[in-house]
Design a protein. Structure first.
Length: 211
C-alpha cells in the first residue's frame, strides 16, 4: 500500500456528528490550495492461518498542491519518495536505487491521493466516490468514501478531520490490508516552491517506465 476504523453513538448524537464530516471535507476542498504535514503510517495485513500479522509502521512528511501535485517522503524505517508532478507519478526506492515512472492519470484513478488533491469540489469527487458522513470517533469528524470503480484496488477510504484540518486517512484494499495515516502539524496553504513537486532520478538509479 505504500506504492500505494468508529464508535457508534446514540441516534441523536450520530445525526449531529454525521453532519460534520462532509462539511469539513467541503470546507477543506474550498480552502486548501496546498498543505504540508508530518505523517505516521501503520499498515496491517489480514490474519493468516489464524495468526495476526505484525503491523508495519513508517513515518515521514507529506505535501500537496492542488490540482494533482503531491509528495510523500518516507524516512523511517526505509527511505522512499513518491512524487506526483501533475503528469507523472514517480516512486523512488533509495535502498534499491530504483525509480518507477508511471503516467499519473493511469496510476492514480480513484485513490486517496486523487481524492485529496485532484477534484475541485464535492460534485467532482462524487463522480468517482460515493461519499457519506460517518460518526465522530477519536476526536475527529469522518467521511466515508467508496470508490465507484469496481476494477480498482480500494474497498473504502475514511478521511478524518480535526475541525477543518486534515488529520487522518484510513484505507482498506481488496486484499484486506488496512493502512492508517495520521497527520500532525498540518499547515494550510503554506508557500511551496515548484521544486517540491519536481523529481529528477538520482544519477546511476535504474529507471523503470511503466506505460
Amino acid at each position: 500500500m505504500r506504492r500505494l476504523v468508529a464508535t457508534v453513538l446514540i441516534a441523536a448524537s450520530a445525526q449531529w456528528a454525521s453532519a460534520q464530516g462532509l462539511k469539513s471535507l467541503e470546507i477543506f476542498m474550498q480552502t486548501a490550495r496546498s498543505g504540508e504535514a508530518q505523517f505516521t503510517q501503520t499498515v496491517t495485513s489480514p490474519p493468516r492461518d489464524g495468526q495476526a500479522a505484525p503491523a508495519k509502521t513508517s513515518s515521514g512528511s507529506f505535501a500537496f498542491e492542488r490540482p494533482g501535485r503531491f509528495r510523500f517522503d518516507y524516512r523511517k524505517p526505509f527511505a522512499q519518495t513518491i512524487v506526483a508532478d501533475g503528469k507523472t507519478l514517480w516512486l523512488y526506492d533509495a535502498d534499491l536505487n530504483q525509480v518507477t515512472e508511471r503516467a499519473q492519470g493511469e496510476a492514480l484513478g480513484s485513490t486517496p491521493a486523487a481524492l485529496l488533491t485532484s477534484a475541485a469540489d464535492l460534485a467532482a469527487l462524487r463522480q468517482d466516490f460515493t461519499l457519506s458522513d460517518a460518526p465522530d470517533a477519536d476526536g475527529l469528524h469522518w467521511v466515508l468514501a467508496l470508490p465507484k470503480a469496481r476494477d480498482g484496488q480500494l474497498t473504502s477510504v475514511r478521511v478524518g478531520f480535526d475541525g477543518d484540518a486534515l488529520a487522518a486517512l484510513e484505507i482498506l484494499d481488496h486484499f484486506g490490508q488496512r493502512s492508517v495515516l495520521r497527520f500532525s502539524g498540518f499547515r494550510l496553504n503554506p508557500p511551496l516552491g515548484a521544486e517540491t513537486f519536481r523529481f529528477r532520478p538520482p544519477q546511476g538509479a535504474d529507471v523503470l517506465r511503466e506505460r
